[in-house]
Design a protein around this ligand. Structure first.
Ligand SMILES: NC(=O)c1ccc[n+]([C@@H]2O[C@H](COP(=O)([O-])OP(=O)(O)OC[C@H]3O[C@@H](n4cnc5c(N)ncnc54)[C@H](O)[C@@H]3O)[C@@H](O)[C@H]2O)c1
Length: 430
């Protein structure tokens, strides 16, 4: 099939490159000319495992092209995916200005029947709004359908998640659109749930907020565990073995970040507010998450007293492993707080250092590896559970440090072993 994908962030690029791999013809669009020029040379300006190679392979075989022109992409497309960003407005609602901009241009460029798919995370009701907008701007007589196919990929495992999804949700209001989208998604061999558009839109927000809720639940448990002397990792394991609960997203730590959970929670709270429901449960999820960052800072202050003039080694800056994405990452708040308190920060991350330089500039010393970050440090703070950090030579790390304090914001080390090695170890909830 001929597909247009508009917006070349992680979602758009993974969508385009994966469909190209499945044999479709893709034209991907972004308004950022510099980005498009780089993509035309198969150069990616962020880190996502395997994505650059997938783009390279499919572009060289002529199935994946990049342009800044929406009309060029839309002209012959049978399906048009909108994958632009939907960042938060000041009141927490999703900012749909990019979706509006794209839809207006798509409408003006439509020539024959196409399915316009919202893949960006949008508030319930956007499908109808999109339909009215396109109807209003398109040439008379042009046929189209609007659909919602929310994206559930995880950064760091995005291609795998796209090609082997747990489910595909297809929100449609016509059998014609359903037929086209089934044809496209059936080869993925995943359960397909066909729903009405509003339900499909709600599924995305409901799913992300539920996952964030699990994280905040275990983080709340971690507070109780600390008070009573229990170990939250054991409690989480004990409850997670129940298949009704499940093990995933039950790791206590410094909390979630990233470009999805924080904004999707505030958007869902706003959606609820707009229909007269005060979604206090989700407000609490967000509050608990914010407090986890404060709790980690308090642990460090309790261990060191004043931070003025102290050297702190920070391990991990991306909001989670296998990505260089630092949007809403706990590291951003924590490093800024350390600097404000007068500490000097030595930081290391396996892939996010270039991104970190655009966030912290010269205020941080960027290290060559974890041992370098620990050099002469009064304390080491671990913020991202990169696999490489699990396998560090702890004796060597200790020898690099000046102090003995380790604050493990992701509970990746064994407290007993760390104490036996002579560290003053602080985990979360254990
Ligand atoms: N990042 C994730 O893990 C993830 C997962 C699932 C869903 N989502 C959702 O998917 C959407 C996209 O996320 P992302 O992280 O890929 O976004 P992003 O912000 O990284 O990228 C969006 C891209 O769209 C481009 N763009 C903006 N306006 C445009 C326009 N008018 N014309 C053409 N291009 C335009 C931008 O230049 C940018 O390259 C969001 O709604 C997000 O919530 C993201």
């Amino acid at each position: 099939m001929r597909l247009a994908v508009i917006g070349c962030g992680v979602v758009g690029l993974v969508t385009g490159a994966s469909f190209a791999k499945m044999g479709h013809q893709i034209i991907s669009v972004d308004k950022d000319l510099t980005k498009v020029r780089k993509l035309q040379k198969a150069h990616l300006d962020f880190f996502e495992p395997g994505l650059q190679e997938l783009i390279q392979e499919n572009a060289s075989q002529g199935r994946l092209r990049f342009t800044t022109s929406i009309s060029q992409a839309v002209k012959d497309a049978e399906v048009i995916f909108i994958t632009v960003g939907t960042p938060p407005n000041n009141d927490g609602s999703a900012n749909l200005s990019s979706v509006h901009e794209v839809a207006t241009e798509v409408a003006a460029s439509l020539e024959g029947y196409a399915v316009v798919v919202e893949k960006s995370t949008v508030p319930v009701g956007t499908g109808q709004w999109l339909k009215d907008l396109i109807q209003d701007k398109a040439r008379s007589g042009v046929e189209f359908d609007v659909a919602s196919v929310p994206e559930f990929l995880r950064e760091g495992a995005a291609i795998q998640d796209f090609l082997q999804p747990t489910r595909v949700v297809i929100g449609v209001e016509s059998p014609r659109a359903e037929k086209v989208l089934r044809q496209l998604f059936e080869p993925l061999d995943a359960p397909i749930l066909v729903a009405d558009i509003k339900s499909a839109e709600l599924i995305k927000h409901a799913a992300n907020c539920f996952l964030a809720m699990k994280i905040s639940y275990v983080n709340a448990l971690s507070i109780i565990c600390e008070q009573v002397g229990a170990d939250v990792t054991q409690v989480a394991k004990g409850i997670g073995l129940d298949p009704r609960i499940g093990q995933e997203f039950l790791a206590a730590g410094v909390g979630y970040g990233g470009s999805c959970f924080p904004k999707d929670i505030s958007a869902f709270v706003k959606i609820a507010e707009d229909v007269g429901y005060d979604f206090q449960l989700l407000k609490e999820v967000a509050r608990i998450n914010r407090e986890q960052r404060l709790r980690l800072m308090n642990k460090l202050s309790d261990a060191l007293g004043s931070l003025k003039g102290r050297v702190i080694g920070v391990l991990g800056l991306s909001f989670k492993p296998n990505t260089d994405d630092m949007r809403e990452a706990p590291s951003v708040d924590i490093v800024e707080w350390l600097l404000q308190e007068g500490a000097s920060v030595r930081a290391y991350d396996p892939v996010a250092l270039p991104r970190a330089k655009t966030v912290f500039g010269e205020s941080v010393q960027y290290s060559a590896d974890a041992y370098d970050a620990a050099k002469a440090a009064d304390a080491v703070v671990l913020l991202t559970e990169w696999k490489a950090f699990k396998n560090l030579d702890m004796k060597r790390l200790k020898a690099c440090m000046k102090g003995r304090v380790v604050v493990d914001g992701r509970n990746i080390y064994d407290p007993g072993q760390m104490r036996a090695l002579g560290f003053q170890y602080y985990g979360i909830g254990r």
